[in-house]
Every structure is written in structure tokens, then in C-alpha cells.
Design a protein around this ligand. Structure first.
Ligand SMILES: Nc1ncnc2c1ncn2[C@@H]1O[C@H](COP(=O)(O)OP(=O)(O)OP(=O)(O)O)[C@@H](O)[C@H]1O
Ligand SMILES: [Mg+2]
Length: 382
């Protein structure tokens, strides 16, 4: 859990010192005051990932040269001080004053984030749906995160080879020689990642079923299908997937050479949500699509607990504005009882729950123009 958060020249905060509750924290304030900025700092500290896509320089208080986030974080095994410094569009990560990197942060802690954007994943780009399944996969083991980092490096090199050819920096002969070396490795790691994603989805399925039955009152049948090269893959079969990727590379070779980057591999795969035998993207209403992703994330939290024995930290950015009263109530009832630290932003404090339903400490921070103007604690009986 986060014991302390310090911000210096981060977004609209000159300086901020936050001592959160180990249970529920609510940031309340009008639009544009800096509520999401605090959540963003927490997200970066826990995962090294940004909440909203932007450049690192956008995170620095305007016109300043650098900004930083410092946090003291405790878990069962350790107590660490994390420092992240942003300067000249770069970030530096220090764990207990030693240089570190994003994957290290990801391995140390887990978080599950709910944002209005993340709730719209079903109809957005495949990249965000891949992130959804990759987050799930990284939860299962640190090894899968290492494998993914390795894959990203190989993909970067492969793309460089194809780009060099496109830009006339290397001949077809030279390019073919290099591809002959890199492609067996690329195919193997791509196969391993695809296999692991499918395996994770299969293990996750029972948890997702329970969550969708709760949210949709058992009325509907929901499935998730993994899509690779236009094929539905639900079985882990190493040779089949390996051949599929190998053949696809041959098929798309000339297209890859003329476009100058890889068109094959797990960075092109997708997942489809199937709702009562129809693709949710075109069949479900906006609200149903959001509810599906909520079910996914609720199931992810339980799955994480089953795998690791503790719950991830939860970040909820303005999600109440996206859901109807019934769903908000159901979701909050579920989340708020979890024995983990929770951070919530909202413009109005209407959780739709009676205080007797919330049996935990709630710390409420009022945010105004880049500072905490008041702080109060509601102690609820345990
Ligand atoms: N680099 C920066 N330097 C200074 N201010 C910034 C910087 N980046 C963003 N801001 C300011 O931060 C504010 C937005 O903060 P944030 O997104 O946290 O708002 P919010 O309280 O979550 O609002 P809403 O309720 O609308 O979501 C804006 O006023 C914006 O101008
Ligand atoms: Mg906000």
C-alpha cells in the first residue's frame, strides 16, 4: 500500500504531500482541479505507465525543467521508496536510490485501473484490448513480463530491418539474410506469447463467467475469443500456432517489405467479446459494453487474488459518471469491501451506498486548483 505520496512540479501541483488511508481514498473537486493528476501519479509509481497518453514533458508543471513523484510503498515483504524524475521528455526511476526500470515496478506491485476510456475498450483500438489481456497475463507470472520485454526488443529489431529496406538503406539480399536470422526467433517468441495469452484467458474464463452473471443477472451468455491472423484460437497448441505465424510471415512478406514494419505477430492480435453469440462491438449498447469491461476488471481482481494471495491496488477515475445507478451501486458494493487500498476521483460524493454498507475507513480529500484544501476521515464500524 502507498504510505506517502510527494509531488514536485508534477502536472498542476507545485508541491503536494499526501498521506492516504490504507483503505478508501476519495478525491473530490470540480472539473480541472487536479483529481485525475493524483491518480496519474499513483499509476506511474505503481506501473511506470501513464494514465493518459501524453509525452513525459506534459507531466512537468508548466515551464519548469523537471518534475518528480516520490512515494513510500509497503507490502508484506518490503518497504520501498520510489522516485521518478521527469526531465527533457525522459523519465528516471529509482527504487531505494538505485536506478531501476518500468518492468521492475510492475513486478513489485499490482494495480487495476478503471477510467472512462478503459470502459470503452470494446469499441476502441485493438491495442487497448491487447493491453487488457496482457495485464492479465503479467499478473500470472513475472516470467511472462520478461518474455514480453524480450519480444518487444526482437520486434523492434525486425521492424528496423524492414524499415532500412524500405528507406533504401539495405538491399533485398541483405534484408533477406537478416530476416532469415531473426524470423525463427521472432516466430518462437510470438508463439509463446500467443500461447500464454490463450492459456491465461482460458484460466480466467470461470472468474469472468461469475462476474458477468452478477452484472447481467445471469441473463446473458458472454465469451471471449482470441483472434490471430483472422482465426479464432481457443486452444493452446504450440505447433499449430507456430505454423500459423510462420505461414503468415511468408504470406505477408512482400507487404511487410513495402510497408517497412512487421504485420505479423501478437502485436497484431485481438480479442472479441461475444455476447449471446453476437460480437459485442456491434451488438451491445454502450452501457452493456462498459458493463462487460467492468465485469472483466472485477474478475481480474479476484483472479489476481487467487494467483497471488492479495488484492491489487484499485484506481477508479470518475467511473460513476459512466454508469447507471444500479451498476454503480453493484460495483461499489463489490470494490469497497475488498481488503485493499482504493483511490477514487469524483466531482460529487454520491456513492449511492449507505454508510452502514461501507465498513471501512474513508479519507476524503477536497482538491482545488492543484492543492488539497481539506481532508476528513469517516470511520465506519468494522
Ligand atoms: N503540465 C502541467 N502544468 C500545469 N498544469 C497542468 C499540466 N498538465 C495539466 N495541467 C492542469 O491540470 C488540470 C487537469 O487536472 P485533472 O485532469 O487532474 O482534473 P480533474 O480534477 O480530474 O478534472 P475532471 O473532473 O474534469 O476530470 C487542468 O487544469 C490542466 O490545465
Ligand atoms: Mg479527472
Amino acid at each position: 500500500m502507498i504510505e506517502e505520496l510527494l509531488l514536485y512540479n508534477f502536472r498542476n501541483y507545485k508541491t503536494l504531500r499526501l498521506k492516504p488511508s490504507e483503505a478508501i481514498n476519495i478525491f473530490i473537486g470540480q472539473n480541472g482541479q487536479g483529481k485525475t493528476n493524483i491518480l496519474e501519479a499513483i499509476k506511474v509509481i505503481l506501473s511506470s505507465e501513464k494514465l493518459r497518453s501524453c509525452e513525459y514533458r506534459d507531466l512537468i508543471f508548466k515551464k519548469e525543467e523537471s518534475g518528480s513523484i516520490i512515494s513510500k510503498i509497503k507490502n508484506n515483504q518490503s518497504f520501498d521508496e520510489i522516485k521518478i524524475i521527469f526531465r527533457e521528455n525522459k523519465k528516471t526511476i529509482l527504487i531505494n536510490d538505485k536506478p531501476s526500470n518500468g518492468p521492475q515496478l510492475k513486478k513489485k506491485w499490482s494495480e487495476v485501473t478503471f477510467t472512462p476510456d478503459s470502459l470503452n475498450i470494446i469499441k476502441s483500438t485493438p491495442e487497448l484490448r491487447r493491453q487488457l489481456i496482457d495485464e492479465l497475463m503479467f499478473q500470472t507470472s513475472n516470467e511472462s513480463l520478461d518474455r514480453y520485454q524480450k519480444f518487444k526488443k526482437i520486434l523492434l529489431n525486425r521492424n528496423k530491418i524492414l524499415k532500412n529496406f524500405k528507406e533504401g538503406k539495405s538491399t533485398l539480399n541483405e534484408t533477406n539474410k537478416l530476416l532469415r536470422i531473426i524470423d525463427p526467433l521472432f516466430t518462437e517468441v510470438s508463439t509463446q506469447i500467443t500461447e500464454k495469452r490463450i492459456k491465461t484467458l482460458n484460466e480466467f474464463k470461470p472468474y469472468f463467467d461469475v462476474a458477468t452473471q452478477n452484472i447481467f443477472n445471469s441473463e446473458s451468455q458472454v465469451e471471449i475469443h482470441y483472434q490471430a491472423s483472422g482465426k479464432k484460437l481457443n486452444q493452446v497448441d504450440h505447433n499449430f500456432i507456430h505454423n500459423l505465424i510462420e505461414n503468415r510471415i511468408l504470406e505477408l512478406k512482400s507487404a511487410e517489405l513495402s510497408i517497412g514494419h512487421s504485420l505479423v505477430g501478437p502485436q497484431k492480435h485481438d480479442i472479441d467479446f461475444i455476447f449471446d453469440n453476437h460480437n459485442a462491438r456491434s451488438y451491445c449498447s454502450q452501457g452493456q459494453q462498459r458493463a462487460l469491461i467492468l465485469a472483466f476488471k472485477m474478475a481480474q481482481i479476484v483472479y489476481h487474488y487467487r494467483l497471488r494471495g492479495y488484492y491489487p491496488i484499485l484506481l477508479l477515475d470518475d467511473v460513476m459518471s459512466e454508469l447507471d445507478e444500479y451498476r454503480t451501486k453493484e460495483i461499489f458494493r463489490f470494490l469497497i469491501q475488498l481488503p485493499t487500498q482504493i483511490f477514487i476521483t469524483t466531482t460529487d460524493l454520491n456513492l449511492n451506498l449507505s454508510e452502514s454498507e461501507i465498513k471501512k475507513e474513508i479519507k476524503i480529500f477536497k482538491i482545488n486548483h492543484g492543492s488539497i484544501v481539506s481532508e476528513r476521515v469517516i470511520q465506519c464500524q468494522i
